[in-house]
Design a protein around this ligand. Structure first.
Ligand code: PLP
Length: 455
């Protein structure tokens, strides 16, 4: 066992050290070699060493270098050293994180991390929390608590009776709600298409002046951090209006909620603590390994009622039993890495991670704008949208950037314009990574035959 783990640690370290010298996207040859894996299940066992040798030889080159400093696609984030190492140790522990008796350590680390998270995210300290797979499941989990609470208020026990015959329940989302919120509504029987969709402004923020008047059970979903622009719905105003009618306010803050951890950006989430539930990711901006998301619910009882389960063989001690707050029973000990990330960063390191990545985004916007390209969003956070001209030209530039391999950015459509989307979410991105990537972007734009506009 020891030899194997040392061999793997060595291979992993070499992999990470090699990222700087390789293209961010895997090369054609690496992708072709994947066919080596496409064989029938062998009859005979193989040694663990041989299995790992194949994984590293065929697998490592076929990865996308998201662990490096120059991947700016989607909103992915990297993996902090302490979080990666904690993930390995937790793998060795092999703890089932559903029950205190099965894992006092994982349960304790969740409890401590939950307190720390509520602190740095400036959320009410009494919140219940769920350590889930990502923001999609965090939205689902928090909205299940919301569904429980608003129907209970209307005299209906949704866990017992389901939704057939339940009082009508209004759901409000913005035109720019993340698709995972819509999916969660579908999974909860609230319908992907039934929600009232509130128009947004030019940055993708929900328009308070267009907010519907609500009566009866209602759930309002807003967001902290638009997945394209990084913009924030006006939480304080919407919470005030929604709470007047007794509606539940849920915030999807998959990455944007982390603005609260940086004194320089915390103003963006002003009023967010007034909501009733929140969803965020740890695997994005906190830079822990996949899969790791978090749901917080102000009144922990609602979360517990939506997620509880009981059986004679499942002990209910005096401790917080993790499985009473999440959709799963057995699951991996995600709190270990979250604890390690927060402990290694400290409050100051986390603030610096958020602030630094935002500054890198600002630098991209300045560099591209100075070269004459159009920045389509107000760069308030870590997201930049740039157009290199018309749709076809922008697409050509994005393809070229991806092919050149210095960095990787994706494409999106913003207010009808095709744009390249830059998201800076990794601790590993340095100022030099930003300058190298910027040069590559400008070269690609030049190669596409673009003449930058003056100014
Ligand atoms: C990424 C994201 C999600 C979904 O998160 P997963 O972790 O991929 O499930 C939801 N909402 C927003 C705003 C996001 O950026």
């Amino acid at each position: 066992m020891r030899d194997l783990l040392v061999q793997v640690a060595d291979a992993a370290a070499s992999y990470l050290e090699g990222l700087d010298a390789r293209g961010v996207a895997p090369g054609a040859e690496a992708l072709e070699r994947l066919s080596e894996l496409n064989v029938p299940l062998p009859e005979e066992p193989a040694s663990a060493e041989a299995v790992l040798e194949t994984l590293d030889r065929v697998g490592s080159p076929a990865t996308v270098a998201t662990a490096g400093g120059r991947f700016f696609g989607f909103v992915l984030g990297g993996c902090l050293p302490a979080a990666l190492a904690a993930n390995w140790l937790a793998g060795a522990w092999d703890q089932c994180a559903g029950l205190f008796v099965a894992t006092p350590i994982a349960t304790t680390l969740e409890e401590v991390s939950l307190r720390w998270l509520l602190d740095v995210l400036r959320l009410p300290s009494e919140c219940g929390g769920a350590f889930v797979t990502g923001a999609t499941m965090a939205n689902f989990t928090a909205l299940a608590a919301a569904r429980h609470a608003v129907l209970e208020q209307a005299g209906w026990d949704v866990e017992a009776e389901g939704l057939m015959g339940a009082p009508p329940l209004a759901v409000v989302v913005s035109e720019d709600a993340h698709p995972s919120v819509i999916k969660a509504l579908g999974l909860l029987g609230l319908g992907r298409q039934r929600a009232i969709r509130v128009p947004v402004d030019d940055q993708g923020r929900m328009r308070v002046d267009a907010f519907p008047s609500l009566r009866g059970p209602a759930i309002v979903c807003i967001q902290a951090g638009n997945v394209n622009s990084g913009a924030f719905d006006p939480a304080a105003e919407i919470c005030a209006v929604a709470h007047q009618s007794g509606a539940w306010v849920h915030i999807d803050g998959a990455f944007g909620l982390w603005a609260a951890a940086s004194p320089g950006r915390a103003h963006l989430v002003a009023g967010a603590a007034e909501a009733d539930s929140w969803a965020t990711d740890a695997h994005k901006w906190l830079n822990v390994p996949y899969d790791s998301g978090l749901a917080f619910v102000r009144n922990a009882r609602h979360l517990n009622r939506a997620m509880s389960l009981a059986a004679a063989y499942l002990p209910q001690g005096e401790h917080r039993e993790p499985s009473q707050y999440v959709p799963e029973l057995s699951r991996r000990a995600r709190g270990v890495e979250i604890w390690a990330a927060l402990r290694s960063l400290g409050r100051a390191g986390l603030a610096d991670l958020i602030e630094r990545t935002c500054r890198h985004a600002q630098r991209f916007a300045e560099g591209l704008s100075a070269a004459g390209y159009e920045i389509l969003n107000e760069v308030v956070l870590n997201q930049v949208l740039v157009a290199f001209g018309d749709a076809a030209t922008t697409r050509r530039v994005v393809e070229r950037i991806q092919r050149d391999g210095v960095c990787w950015c994706g494409e999106t459509t913003w207010r009808g314009r095709v744009a390249m989307r830059i998201s800076v979410s990794s601790w590993a991105t340095t100022g030099e990574d930003v300058e190298r990537s910027l040069r590559s972007m400008l070269e690609a734009a030049n190669a596409a035959g673009l003449k930058p506009r003056a100014g």
